[in-house]
Design a protein around this ligand. Sequence first.
Ligand code: FCB
Length: 450
Amino acid sequence: MSDVIPFPMGFLWGAATSAYQIEGSPLADGAGPSIWHRFAHTPGMTANGETGDVACDHYRRADQDVRLMRDLGLTAYRFSIAWARVLPAGRGRVNAPGLAFYDRLTDLLVAHGIRPVVTLYHWDLPAALDDEGGWINRDVAGWFADYAVVMVRALGDRVALWVTLNEPWVVSDAGYLHGVHAPGHRNLPEAPVVSHNLLRAHGAGLQAIHAEGGRQAGLVVNLEPKIAASERPEDIAATRRADAYMNRQFLDPVFFGRFPDELTEVFGPAWPACSEADFGLIREPLDFLGINYYTRAVTRHDPSAPPLFAAPTPQPGRLYTATNWEVCAPALTDVLTWVRDRYGPVPLYVTENGAAFHDPPQVDGALVEDPLRVAYFQEHLAAAGRALELGVDLRGYFAWSLLDNYEWSAGYDKRFGLFHVDFETQRRTPKASARYYREVIRTNGAVLGS
Ligand code: FCB
């Protein structure tokens, strides 16, 4: 007999993916190149030089993949639009075949009773816009809003939830400060400018979605509790800076119309002033907030880690995933209650949660046994259930990811999927975690064990 923590009626059970990570065929049917296409094709930028040229070939296998979703029993699917498929130059001319791909995918989902949840920006800016400065150019807010209008006009009658941006912190930090993601800049003064423009684009996009009649629109952020490694004042200060930078940098402006003070401390004169008019845009009310949760970080002062001078400390005896993230399910409850307590009663979704582990080889169509991932989902769903018990208005949960896929600069080695993908043959095989998740969905609850 299994214990089950019941979830509310109508709770959305989903899985999430993103365009560049699964679609392949990035230039097919008139699409323009994105910054990820360019970055991945620049020697030395990704593990083994791997690119999203083929990925899961989802662009050509969407029918089959929607059938996998139906077999799992998903009630929602979060996917992203490749902006440059729809607008090859990022603005101006619409590429009808690119739009048709998403139109058809949306129809397929609806036909199978799966609610489409659409992310407009999951990191693949059209390269043509990068040539004009990309996220550094203030005009990006208008370009993004115009793109949002195109998408809402095309899919708005069927989309359940619109997400403006996925994880703006990663765009700014990995793309412009550390250069490990596209467009690969390592430029400290750029990062805060990019963050401001991401927020302005989010606000302008949200206004555009609302103006076009899109009713449910929000932002997705990645949150990670920062716990001080010791009582030493320098560790506590470093932890506050890390928390402001990662957890409050985007949410304080959206909900309070101001940036955390710690950010001026970190960036000094590089932190740009933000006008009241900009904050007006940024504070456009959200209909929901999406939270991506993977790990926490026990943090200490580190003099060799500018500009934050903060670094995570490994925790002896704890389980780490293949991406070296500590597994810590109770911190998911903490994140959800923290958001509710700090920012008020906005409806929440866990828009990503999952783990990469080194799975055993897939043999002859047999289910892939992935006990660590099953345990990860079990513990995190229980943690989400506890947040519900504590009164958090949590409306849905999306496992990352439906399929093993292209994990950005880490390439294909980091497998997060509920389904194993053989990248030679494109064969999909369920893992034990897919069987587990199907049972969760069937019983509408977190299944705790058997
Ligand atoms: C998140 C990203 C997603 C995937 C997971 C593992 O930060 O949104 O695309 O890479 O991490």
